[in-house]
Design a protein around this ligand. Structure first.
Ligand SMILES: [Zn+2]
Length: 105
């Protein structure tokens, strides 16, 4: 009898299979001029850019396709970001599931 696969580690992966994601990702890249928002390096080219959700999709699924919730990073900065968890964005979320008072603190 096959065991059921647990979804715990790939809970938010559905986003990247959604037709909207590819377009939104490109929009985010264009908006920042195809540069890493952290170090400014050019991320043009395959596998160079990481488009990241500032507020995790697992916690805020409603913001999965929100352009303002995306951040463009190069591979290096993305790796750094995940190793240190201190850089988390703090945004107050209202009852409607959207940030209160905009994105910048
Ligand atoms: Zn970078």
């Amino acid at each position: 009898m096959p065991r059921q696969r647990t979804m715990s580690t790939t809970k938010h992966q559905w986003v990247y299979h959604d037709a909207r994601w590819a377009r939104l990702r490109e929009k985010a890249l264009k908006r920042v001029g195809w540069r890493c928002e952290s170090c400014g390096v050019d991320v043009r080219g395959k596998y160079k850019a990481r488009v990241d959700h500032m507020l995790a999709v697992s916690e805020f699924p409603r913001l999965a396709f929100e352009l303002d919730n995306l951040r463009v990073l190069c591979c290096d900065c993305d790796a750094n970001r995940h190793s240190e968890k201190g850089g988390k964005v703090r945004v107050k979320i209202g009852l409607d599931g959207l940030p209160i008072g905009g994105w910048k603190s």
